[in-house]
Unconditional design. Structure first.
Length: 102
């Protein structure tokens, strides 16, 4: 097996890794997208044009995060959607919505 090498290391940022990648209009769902590293992941995908959905357990609590991401990235295609991964029905419904949107 060949070793995979990249120019990136521990100090690399997500924006550096994503530089030159174009995701315009591509759907991206991020679990845990309303806190911590999920916010920064959402920010990076928004910066490269993706249609970002924050999959969260509390849509109202995620609303300020969505507003902040839209304001700082100037990217309008960011939304929060209810998804409780502990609830199979909720997960199934989310997958069906994603398939219908394709």
């Amino acid at each position: 097996m060949d070793r995979i090498t990249t120019p990136f290391g521990f100090a690399s940022t997500a924006d550096e890794v994503a530089q030159g990648i174009e995701f315009s209009g591509e759907p991206v769902s991020i679990t845990g997208g309303a806190s911590g590293i999920g916010i920064e992941t959402a920010r990076t995908f928004a910066n490269i044009g993706a249609h970002v959905t924050l999959a969260v357990r509390n849509v109202a609590a995620a609303a300020p995060v969505v507003a902040e991401l839209v304001a700082t990235t100037r990217h309008q295609e960011i939304q929060a959607e209810l998804l409780d991964l502990a609830d199979r029905g909720d997960a199934r419904s989310s997958v069906q919505k994603s398939r219908a949107a394709e």
